[in-house]
Design a protein around this ligand. Structure first.
Ligand code: ZN
Length: 569
């Protein structure tokens, strides 16, 4: 997932290099990490030129990826320069700063660990982690900044760290003075780690990729670094874009005391990807997928212009499709793993209670954290596979969806539904606009394309047991009290009832009906263990199966790989 700030990027490109220095707003941050018994404090000195108006608005950290009230972590905000004053406004995350025209404004503040730590909540890892032994934070959650009015920035960062601390951030692996020029959004969407992180650097197509991780995993650091390097190289090759002097991948364990389901996450940032994964997890297909998905956002949609309305089925759905496809092309997953992933996607789409919701509802529900939020991913990935097959068939395998993506990125126009349809029409797909109107906008069910997995696979319909949790997982997790138990479900027959207190719950995978769920709950009758299989009614689901004796593995892989007719090959 990734917000896109196309307007800011356009503004930057309009400023000529010579005019840039004068038009840039210079911000200087000096950051000291001060370990305390209670955790780490970040002591931040911010200075900037106040401008001629004599006043500006100072924005404090506010929200990021579902986490709110981040300004509550900011303490002791004071004006260091004489004559500068700070005043509250109606908004708790905005202060009014007054100064003499042209004066340099120097402010000081500290950021402390969350007082009321929401560490059990989903996505809490997006908040700054400030511990005695390390820090990990996203720029948005720590940097205060003066109102910008669209000006590009020139930011200087000075770091003061305890002796022996490892360090890296989105700008480099050295805490010596760092400089960054770009937009405010690019500056805020960054990751910073220091302390007991293990830092490794590998080369991807001759350019350094740095990996910083902490915590215990079921894989070695060097295996993770090698994987990151290979995924980065595969995706840069796909886009024919090697313009990356530096790239950072961070990985930290997600802490989840009130664990219900998994809360794995990742976010694509400026020159970097930050991953948050369940403690101790293996280097499996899903972890590879998360990394490939987030990295792909570097181009889709960061390096593409976006239209006025978010095009989630394109930015997320196409990214989903290519994340798996490029893992296969890069030899990082097997044909069987690819097919299994695709079949899981089909099953989730078939089971989704929100499959037929209209596009505007899906867009509104994108940050809802429910099945509705997944719909654009499912629709977009299935449409991508369908259109790829249609292009292959219309061009006798000379062209593929790869060409459409590269054309859209090269075009100096916003990527809208119409632009995608026009690009597809160019490669022999006549009515993509109609398909978007029916499937995305009206919410019609998209039938799986029998050609989508190439010559070695056939599409069947299989009766499959449906995943059914049998209670409201999100509400139960939030209050640690069982809620929304469905009468007649396996959860109900196992003894789960609304109002029971949840004492513990073993981790489980949402969507997988082939597992045992086990919870310990307490009610008026005392404590009890509840165990059940989260399975509901069976449902007919389209699934691909490998044809025995048909195309060889090599022929199947060749079909998924780069095409002989594609430009540059
Ligand atoms: Zn995404």
């Amino acid at each position: 997932m990734k917000a896109v700030f196309a307007c800011a990027l356009v503004l930057l490109s309009l400023v000529s290099p010579s005019a840039r220095a004068a038009a840039q707003r210079q911000l200087t941050y000096t950051v000291e990490a001060v370990p305390r018994r209670s955790g780490l404090r970040l002591s931040v000195d911010l200075s900037f030129s106040g401008g001629e108006t004599g006043h500006t608005r100072l924005h404090l950290p506010s929200h990021f990826s579902g986490q709110r009230e981040l300004y509550k972590n900011v303490q002791g905000l004071t004006a260091v320069s004489p004559g500068v004053t700070l005043a509250d406004t109606d908004a708790p995350d905005v202060k009014r700063v007054t100064f003499l025209p042209g004066q340099t404004v120097h402010l000081h503040y500290e950021v402390a660990a969350d007082e009321s730590s929401p560490s059990g909540q989903p996505g809490a890892y997006f908040r700054p982690a400030l511990q005695a032994a390390y820090f990990h934070f996203i720029g948005t959650t720590v940097w205060a900044y003066p109102a910008q009015y669209g000006k590009p920035l020139l930011v200087t960062l000075h770091w003061k760290l305890p002796t022996g601390w490892a360090f890296c951030d989105s700008f480099g692996a050295s805490p010596a003075d760092q400089q960054f020029g770009g937009t405010l959004e690019q500056f805020l969407e960054t990751v910073y780690v220091g302390g007991d992180f293990r830092v490794l650097t590998v080369q991807a197509s001759g350019r350094p990729v740095t990996v910083a991780l902490r915590g215990k995993w079921k894989f070695s650091d060097s295996d993770f670094a090698a994987l990151a390097g290979r995924i980065v190289a595969t995706e840069r090759d796909f886009w024919r874009d090697q313009n990356f002097p530096y790239y950072l991948v961070t990985l930290i364990p997600a802490e989840q005391p009130a664990h219900l389901g998994s809360d794995d996450g990742g976010v694509e940032l400026t020159h970097s990807v930050a991953l948050f994964q369940t403690k101790g997890r293996p280097l499996d297909v899903e972890l590879k997928y998360v990394l490939a998905h987030e990295l792909f956002h570097e181009w889709n949609a960061d390096q593409m212009q976006t239209g006025d309305a978010p095009l989630y089925w394109f930015s997320e759905g196409f990214t989903d499709y290519y994340a798996r496809l490029l893992l296969l092309r890069g030899g990082l997953i097997s044909l069987e793993e690819y097919a299994r992933g695709f079949n899981t996607l089909l099953r989730e789409y078939a089971e989704s209670p929100d499959r037929n919701r209209r596009g505007e509802e899906a867009a509104r529900g994108f940050y809802s954290g429910t099945a509705l939020a997944r719909l654009p991913y499912q629709q977009g990935a299935l449409l991508a596979a369908h259109w790829n097959a249609a292009i292959r068939s219309a061009t006798s395998d000379a062209r593929s969806l790869d060409d459409v993506l590269r054309d859209l990125k090269a075009a100096a126009a916003p990527v809208t539904a119409d632009a995608v349809a026009a690009a597809l029409r160019h490669y022999g797909v006549p009515d993509a606009a109609g398909e978007v109107a029916r499937i995305i906008e009206s919410g019609e069910t998209l039938a799986a394309d029998p050609r989508a997995l190439g010559p070695g696979f056939t599409l069947h319909t299989k009766k499959m047991p449906q995943f059914e949790l049998g209670f409201d997982g999100a509400a139960t997790m939030a209050r640690r009290t069982v809620a929304g138990v469905k009468p007649g479900s396996r959860a109900y027959w196992a003894g789960l009832r609304d109002g029971q207190e949840v004492l513990s719950c073993a981790p489980f995978v949402v969507g997988d009906p082939n597992q045992r769920l086990s919870l310990t709950v307490r009610d008026s009758a005392g404590m009890k263990d509840v165990e059940f299989t989260p399975v509901g009614d069976s449902l007919p689901v389209p699934q691909y199966a490998r044809d025995k004796g048909a195309a060889t593995n090599g022929a199947c892989l060749a079909w998924f790989g780069n095409l002989p007719g594609a430009a540059g090959h």
